[in-house]
Design a protein around this ligand. Sequence first.
Ligand code: 5RP
Length: 218
Amino acid sequence: MSSDEMKKRAAAAALEYVEDDTVIGVGTGSTVNYFIEALSRIKHRIEGAVSSSEVTTQRLKACKIPVLDLNAAGLLPLYVDGADEINRQLQMIKGGGGALTREKIVAAASERFVCIADQSKLVDVLGTFPLPVEVIPMARSYVGRELLKRGGQPVLRENFITDNGNLILDVYNLAILEPSKLEAELNNVAGVVTVGLFARRPADVLLLGMADGVRVLK
Ligand code: 5RP
């Protein structure tokens, strides 16, 4: 079975967590695109969605799912998003699609985070996938030096500007043995907007698409 089919399975399973007449937080990425497809089939049951990126907003609108502003929606009961890597504590590396800042905001404003992924995303230790860090453009070199001091190899993501007008440094070779600690530390570097480590607010549920079904981790 292909990884796309496993993503689709995980995305379909997330519909179980959607409650009637609520606003759903929607992440970004190829797995979430399958979720949006599935959600469009039950759109009459929900009030709408809060989006984590411009690209997701376009897809939601194309499916005629109302897109609401987070400030108007308040606390969301559910956020559904993918991950680039996830460990057994349900801590994640996210931001492969560059939407990490808005994803982290919508996740923080949600009661329950359901992560949907194919089986390849589950890892023992985070860090094989390069850690995305969104930075204010004028701080690019300074933040790069700070990352080098911590043993990482930052690489500027070419031809990419985030939805917030910032840059992404993809950081290779970081030993992420204490994800919460590293998240807090990097969040404190001046010029860093968001670190793609989602450790202090991990997912609550992982729906892992596998060849023989969907595994649920909590
Ligand atoms: C986007 C993300 C995505 O959730 C992550 O990149 C996973 O994407 P995909 O579902 O395409 O594998 O964090 O910023």
